[in-house]
Design a binder for this molecule. Structure first.
Ligand code: FES
Ligand code: FES
Length: 205
């Protein structure tokens, strides 16, 4: 039977100085004072993690660059790196639709999409739907028909609804229900959501 191997020590020379140098970087981040923003904290952390690279995203017409690992999802890139918190994280598993955004006009669950895969594409989030003070017809219809209660699912519902109409899948209430079935609403505002989509369809041409 071979002798058990001893794991390599964290600080090979055993000195307190070496240990403090190794631990200091991460401790410094963990104990950073609260006035350091989340974005600054992530940027500082990214400098210490291998595999971090610059990811360029075109979001709502503007090109934005972030420094992140390739495993970062589009949802986290939007929310944590770009402060676009309209897209919501409901399940983080592709089951609720709260994170829906448009990529080149197609709806995607941004929690299941790697940010790095969307480079060079047009990303549209709920923040990019209105034209200045003028709401998108879908937003206006949701307001008119009370298509929400708590509102947590609403950004995802609206982005999905815009694509649903553009895909030609809003011909009837039944069709809307079918093609919006990936967007869950815990408040069960479904009848109002369906009514809003059918009305917005007439405005969207
Ligand atoms: S958060 Fe993406 S599908 Fe639920
Ligand atoms: S309005 Fe509350 S989850 Fe849909």
């Amino acid at each position: 039977m071979s002798a058990p191997t001893t794991p390599a020590p964290l600080n090979p020379d055993g000195s307190r100085r070496t240990f403090m140098k190794q631990a200091g970087g991460f401790l410094g981040l963990a104990l950073a004072p609260p006035f350091i923003s989340q974005a600054e904290r992530l940027t500082a952390l990214s400098k210490k993690v291998e595999g971090v690279s610059t990811i360029s995203l075109k979001v709502n017409g503007a090109v934005r660059a972030i420094r992140a690992e390739p495993r970062v999802t589009l949802l986290d890139a939007l929310r944590e790196y770009l402060d676009l918190t309209g897209s919501k994280k409901g399940c983080d598993h592709g089951q609720c639709g709260a994170c829906t955004v448009l990529v080149d006009g197609k709806r995607v669950n941004s929690c299941l999409t790697l940010a790095v895969m969307t480079q060079g594409k047009e990303i549209t989030t709920i923040e990019g739907l209105a034209k200045g003070e003028e709401l998108h017809p879908m937003q206006a219809a949701f307001l008119k028909h009370d298509g929400f209660q708590c509102g947590y699912c609403t950004p995802g519902q609206i982005m999905s609804a815009v694509a649903c109409v553009q895909e030609g899948h809003a011909g009837s209430a039944d069709e809307v229900r079918e093609w919006m079935s990936g967007n869950l609403c815990r408040c069960s505002a479904y009848p109002n959501i369906t009514a809003a989509i059918l009305e917005a369809k007439t405005q969207m041409g």
